[in-house]
Structure formats: C-alpha cells, structure tokens
Ligand binder design. Sequence first.
Ligand code: HEC
Length: 161
Amino acid sequence: MRRQTRRQKLAMMLVVLLMAAGLSLAASAQQAPDPGRLWTHITKSSPYTQWDHWPGHVGMQPGKSPHGELHRVFVNQQALSSSAPAASYGSIVVKENYDAEKQLTALTVMFKVKDFNPKHGDWFWTKFAPDGTVLASGKPGPCISCHSAAADNDFIFLHVL
Ligand code: HEC
C-alpha cells in the first residue's frame, strides 16, 4: 500500500514536471517573434533605411566573412540610445551585406526580445534574402557562436555599447 502511494506520488510529480515542461515550451514558442512580421516592420512600418547608423560607422564599410565584402548597418532608436551592455529591449540592428560588386546579398538582423534567449543576450537573429525570404531565424548556432566573441559587448562587434 505504502509503496503504491510512493509510486502514485512519483507519478504525480512526473505529471507536474511534464506539464511544467509543456508550459515553458508553449511560453517560449509564444515569445519567438515571427520573422515575417519583423520584415514588415523594418521595411514598411518603420523602414530601416530611414534609421541612424552607429556613430562613426556611417555608409558603406568594408566587412569580414561570412557577412560579405561590404556592409551598411542601420540601428533603431532603442539600439542607438543604449549606452552600456546590454542593449535595451526592442533594439534592432539591420546589416545590409554586399558583395565586392556592391550587390546586396542578404540582410542580417539582430532584434532584442525580452526572455527570448536569456543565455545569449536575448537576441532574435534573422537572415533575409534581399526579397524578404527568411533564410535563418531564431537562435541559429552559427550567428550565436561567432558573435559570442563579443559577448561582453552584448554580442555586437561594430560599436562599443
Ligand atoms: C563567423 C562569424 C560570424 C557569423 C557566423 C555571423 N556573424 Fe554577424 N558579424 C560578424 C562580424 C565580424 C561582424 C562585424 C561586421 C563585419 O565584419 O562584417 C558582424 C556583424 C553583424 C551585425 C551588425 C552588428 C554587429 O555585431 O556589429 C549583425 C546584425 C549581424 N552580424 C548579424 C548576424 C546574423 C543574423 C548571423 C547569422 C545568420 C550572423 N551575424 C553570423 C561575424 C559573424
């Protein structure tokens, strides 16, 4: 009898644990922004081409692999006004990637979303083709592991927060 009670307790604990895991999964799915909406935001609601640049990093600049030979980086007000790591929530950094012929090859975007990925700075990473096709989004391993070299500066290379 006693053994059964223990088993029942264990079973209950398991149920509770599974429910908690399910809930947290649902929550993280809810928090994941939709890359299509992000594209609409940065191209229509608040066109990034009208945003500012990091100070001292204006216009087309030479870049490094894997991003391309040249780039232009645009930042919204939340990013621009962040004066220490971490950047404010709502910050968006849009990087236009160009090849040596100045052809736009991709847009890589960092979007700071509360509780999206606390282990890695809560950045939502997206790579778009120039026509808005989503090539990568969320927590892509390559973006995070390479940018981790700048983890002390909230994963941002080109500007000291
Ligand atoms: C192998 C390293 C590496 C990988 C992988 C990488 N990046 Fe970068 N990223 C850089 C470097 C270096 C810079 C600085 C600019 C440059 O040299 O082109 C940069 C700059 C940026 C910037 C401008 C903000 C800043 O950090 O200064 C954004 C936005 C960005 N990357 C997004 C992404 C996204 C999104 C991905 C994944 C799809 C990605 N990066 C993958 C190395 C990397």
